[in-house]
Every structure is written in C-alpha cells, then in structure tokens.
Design a protein around this ligand. Sequence first.
Ligand SMILES: O=c1[nH]c(=O)n([C@H]2C[C@H](O)[C@@H](COP(=O)(O)O)O2)cc1CO
Length: 145
Amino acid sequence: MKVFLSGSIRGGRQNLPIYQQMVQIIENEGHDVASLHVADPHVEENEAGMSESEIFERDMHLLDGCDCMVAEVSLASTGVGYEVCSALNLGIPVQCVYREGSTVSAMLLGNTNHLILLDAYREEKDLEALIRSFLDFVSGEDQVE
Ligand SMILES: O=c1[nH]c(=O)n([C@H]2C[C@H](O)[C@@H](COP(=O)(O)O)O2)cc1CO
C-alpha cells in the first residue's frame, strides 16, 4: 500500500525522531511512505525553493494516490489537521497516533467519522503494534479467510 505519513513541520519539529520511527515501521511492513519529506530533517531547506502552492499541490496530489494515512497528532499542526480532514473527505482511512497526555484537538478526539481511528501510545515502543494493526486492517490482512 501507499501510506501518507502526516506530521508537524511548521507546528514544531521536536517529534522528528518519532516520524522517522514511523517510516521504519511502515516500510518494515512492506508498504511505501508517499510523504518521506515529513521525516526528513532537512525538509525546510529542501523545500525552500518551492512556493507555498507547490508544496500544497504536491502534498494533495500525493495524498490522493494513497490507500491510507498515519498521522502523528501529539503536536498542534494546522497542516496535519488539514491533511487529516482532506483524507477523510477523499474517503481515505486515517490513523491518528499521539503520546498519552498530549493536548489533542476535539476536532480529532471528538470525530465520529468511521474512517478515523485514534490511538494513544505511552512509549515509542508501543507505536509499532498500533501502526501494524492499522495497516493490517486497511490492507485486509486481519480479515477472517
Ligand atoms: O513545507 C511543508 N511541507 C509539507 O509537506 N507540509 C505538509 C506535510 C505535513 O504532514 C504537514 C505539516 O504541516 P505544518 O507545517 O502546518 O505543521 O503539512 C507542510 C509544510 C510546511 O507547512
């Protein structure tokens, strides 16, 4: 599957190691991350030559080609919120993961859309099982034969 990883950029980069770990988890499961730039420590320098609309169009185009989204929502990021909402509007299933105790928006926590799954993790090591379970569910691998 093609997976869109969504994570904060201008909302703060302090969780970059978590985004990098998420890429590893998704790739180890045999899937492709369409938005590798989110986990790139040099994303802002790399994209300095792109206009704001080029960044927006590139991401929306990438999202449109994805089977699902995994979003890290521990930090408040306008772009992540926009991407989650865009995925839901496109009918793309979204897993939102966040560290326990984070201040997560009610627009996510209170969202009853059947395509959104919210999963809190206590430690980074808990992420792998959560993400793997979501990817298996979306790809249909956990369905009874
Ligand atoms: O330079 C960028 N490149 C880019 O791909 N994005 C997308 C991907 C991220 O999942 C999300 C981050 O949004 P924000 O920058 O508002 O935290 O938006 C966001 C920016 C900057 O807003």
